[in-house]
Design a protein around this ligand. Structure first.
Ligand SMILES: [Fe+2]
Ligand SMILES: [Fe+2]
Length: 208
């Protein structure tokens, strides 16, 4: 059951997600790689794509947090926390890359965060089967986005590609983990609504 202590801890996590530098235990996938020459338009485009990925990771933090708040099975909670740790690393990698490309993080991150936290908590309230099903589908859709970014990024931007590629590997693993733990296959209209919502994020975060 939720209590005030829980809420304070989660509020603190939210503030840290939004306003402090995330830490990566694993080496950054693009460590030891140097920046390839890019013209201004290419850098701006790459920064926009990596800003989308960073905002996606802000959402992932909030989703996992919301779900861990309401998940019932302790084994499920533990797995969610483990995956959330990897999401924190994704946050660190994408944030660093956006700044390296001369970009800024999305000004709407607090909005993405709040919306996703609400969604995650709601999914958690529906029970672990749907909670995990929602998580699996989210990770699956994020994987699709990441694949499309590999096609859209400037071909010579090996640093961004290395980050996106490792995130793709991790998100695929998270999707399968959630399915294996008993995640239900979501109804088609829900999947469609999720895709529509993520389109709003991708279009907006690319710009602001
Ligand atoms: Fe992620
Ligand atoms: Fe993930």
């Amino acid at each position: 059951m939720l209590n005030l202590d829980h809420l304070i801890v989660e509020f603190d996590k939210g503030l840290r997600t939004l306003f402090s530098q995330a830490h990566s235990a694993r080496p950054h996938p693009d460590a030891n790689m140097s920046d390839a020459p890019m013209d201004e338009a290419e850098r701006k485009h790459a920064a926009g794509l990596m800003r989308i990925n960073h905002s996606g990771e802000i959402c992932a933090q909030a989703l996992y947090q919301g779900q861990a708040l309401t998940a019932r099975d302790p084994a499920v909670q533990a797995k969610l926390q483990q995956a959330a740790q990897e999401e924190t690393e994704h946050l660190a990698w994408t944030s660093k890359r956006v700044h390296e490309l001369g970009g800024h993080l999305s000004v709407l991150n607090p909005l993405w965060y709040t919306g996703s936290l609400t969604l995650g908590a709601f999914a958690g309230l529906l029970g672990d089967k749907w909670n995990l099903g929602f998580l699996s589908e989210t990770e699956h859709q994020v994987g699709g986005h990441l694949q499309s970014h590999l096609e859209k990024l400037p071909p010579q931007d090996a640093k961004s590609r290395a980050v996106v590629q490792q995130m793709y590997v991790d998100e695929t693993k998270h999707s399968e983990m959630a399915k294996e733990m008993g995640g239900a296959d979501l109804p088609a209209p829900v999947k469609f609504a999720m895709k529509a919502t993520s389109k709003i994020l991708t279009h907006t975060a690319y710009r602001i």
